[in-house]
Write a protein of this length. Structure first.
Length: 587
């Protein structure tokens, strides 16, 4: 009954807003029953009409077509489109005034692109083209299995721009959500409390479908799994959008939530471009609203870059627009019966490929394949800076130093790069809240001293000889093997001997030590000369130490602990470090 009420609210809202979404939805539905040859013939006609219109009303295309002697009225076959040069985001940004439609007596609506690789691009729509975009959204919901009026959730990261939305636009969005029976749920930060609150919130909302970035759903599923929170059956469908959907993400989301995942591909420039059907073996192109090509990318090589031409947006026609996304086009018929071609082998964005010194392009999928062999990493991001691979890791409960060192060595061998590894507590997101495996060079790293759950500092190494842990002003150079949690401290289990280098001048450090039996902790300089002896007893003892800048000290216990004394515990000496701030000294 509630679904019928919300369906009626939608039709009423459509009437009040003078929208025409339902009529276009009916047309799109009828198009799904047509033959592919019929759709292709209509595409040629629509492109011809768009080219003539663009030449008449868009100064950029008038200048371009004249310069290459292209006659839009003579366009008769789809291959003629290849005579037109590609359109890029930079071309539009550098010629903004030339894309202003001279037929400007109609209402226009602005949409901003994500701006993940530079300045944001503003794309303009007319009301008709925007209604068609909304109708395509309804089509996609239907392909997933959700009916008009059934509850949906839009799940997203909260961005700076969303905090600055004017009250008028917020009211308009609230009215839109009411009409669509949609709830916007935003994650402000990815901490444990916030993630738990979001999980319980979406459980209570009983939505049929959730739409959002796959990275968000994957993190929610991982948290639910690690904390034994039962979320199975919370919703039926998850529509992945805005980011590349990887197989491991789909598998975990479906397993933990007990839902069916659908992949959706689109952008602000065109709306939805392609979407999965129930067969999940490619994304059907919305060929009644866009024409899509796949051309080899000069930046990547033979892999195809998706090129899109609008068939409906006369306000700002984008013709042969390079999306920066990679994928192939399949001509094979799908058993679902839809007459639309499919995009297969979606491989992310051109900017998701790592360009290393010898000219090779390494996909993030290659790194995912390496990580698939190891446990202990929840998520990661990378970038290449000064010929060093900076590898940022969010660990999970299975994380150990041995895992990270093994990954480091394998990356070094297979990529031929020095590898710096950092432990982080938070992913770097684009201004629109999207997650990408590759992040820009100009972002300053958030080097953490400790994590709320894991309590240790940043681990990194750019030498084939040493693996070390960096904690505040110290480099733990050698002899550390396992991590453990202690309140407010960076605690590392050590072997008998451990070397620490103090980087900063005269650091004031509190050392916390723990052993399984009475021991003597010897603090020596790098030459082995004992500087201090400390009697240790079972349990925890605290000491303070001053060290000179660049000084290396050796921490060791006076004799190995026997297996009988350890009672099966493989650890021998526990060392915890905490830098004491100036206002803490003397307390």
């Amino acid at each position: 009954m509630l679904n019928i009420i919300h369906k009626c609210i939608f039709y009423l809202a459509e009437l009040l807003e003078h929208r025409n979404i339902s009529s276009f939805s009916e047309i799109l539905c009828e198009n799904e029953k047509r033959e592919q040859e019929d759709i292709s013939r209509e595409q040629v006609q629509k492109i011809r009409e768009m080219l003539i219109y663009a030449y008449t009303y868009i100064p950029y295309y008038k200048n371009l077509f004249d310069s290459i002697d292209f006659k839009p009225g003579q366009f008769i076959k789809i291959n003629d489109l290849k005579k037109i040069p590609y359109l890029t985001k930079d071309i539009i940004k550098n010629n903004e005034k030339l894309f202003i439609n001279k037929d400007n007596n109609k209402k226009i609506i602005a949409r901003k692109t994500g701006g993940s690789t530079g300045r944001k691009l503003i794309v303009y729509y007319g009301q008709r083209s925007l209604d068609i975009t909304a109708a395509v959204h309804q089509r996609c919901m239907g392909w997933c299995g959700k009916l008009l009026g059934e509850r949906e959730i839009h799940l997203s990261s909260k961005t700076i721009e969303q905090r600055k939305i004017p009250i008028k636009d917020r009211r308009k969005e609230h009215f839109k959500c009411l009409a669509m029976n949609r709830e916007n749920v935003f994650l402000d930060i990815f901490d444990d409390k916030n993630i738990k609150d979001i999980l319980y919130k979406i459980k209570s909302m009983k939505a049929v479908l959730i739409q959002g970035f796959p990275s968000i759903a994957y993190n929610l599923a991982s948290f639910a799994q690690e904390n034994d929170i039962d979320v199975k059956g919370t919703f039926k469908y998850y529509e992945s959008t805005g980011e590349t959907l990887y197989d491991f993400q789909r598998e975990k989301i479906e397993k933990i939530f007990g839902c069916e995942v659908y992949d959706r591909y689109g952008d602000a420039e065109f709306g939805v471009i392609a979407h999965e059907c129930a067969n999940h073996n490619g994304l059907h192109i919305m060929e009644d609203v866009v024409f899509v090509e796949s051309e080899p990318s000069k930046e990547i090589g033979s892999m195809g870059e998706i090129i899109v031409t609008t068939l409906t947006n006369y306000t700002m026609p984008l013709i042969r627009y390079k999306t920066g996304d990679l994928g192939e086009i399949s001509q094979e018929n799908c058993s679902c019966g839809l007459p639309f071609r499919k995009i297969i082998n979606m491989s992310g964005r051109i900017h998701d490929f790592l360009k290393i010194a010898d000219g090779k392009n390494v996909s993030t999928s290659f790194i995912l394949d390496i990580l698939d062999k190891y446990n202990g990493i929840r998520n990661f991001q990378i970038r290449l800076k000064a010929n060093v691979l900076e590898f940022l890791v969010i660990p999970d409960d299975n994380f150990t130093l041995d895992v990270i060192k093994a990954i480091q060595e394998e990356l070094n061998i297979k990529l031929g790069l020095l590898v710096d590894i950092y432990l982080i507590d938070k992913l770097y997101l684009t201004p629109m809240g999207k997650y990408r495996y590759l992040f820009p060079e100009d972002i300053e790293l958030r080097k953490i001293l400790c994590l709320a759950r894991y309590e240790y500092g940043s681990i990194y190494n750019n030498s084939s000889k040493n693996s070390f842990i960096k904690i505040s002003s110290m480099l733990c150079i050698d002899g550390f093997n396992e991590l453990e949690i202690t309140p407010d401290n960076n605690f590392i289990w050590s072997k008998c001997n451990a070397k620490v280098c103090f980087e900063e001048k005269n650091p004031y450090i509190e050392i916390l030590s723990s052993v399984n039996t009475d021991q003597v902790l010897q603090i020596c300089n790098n030459d082995g000369v004992v500087k201090q002896k400390i009697n240790l007893s079972r349990g925890w003892d605290k000491y303070t130490i001053n060290a000179n800048n660049g000084e290396i000290i050796l921490l060791k216990i006076n004799h190995p602990i026997s297996a009988a004394e350890k009672k099966g515990d493989k650890r021998e000496l526990g060392i915890g470090f905490r830098e004491i701030l100036n206002n803490d000294r003397g307390k």
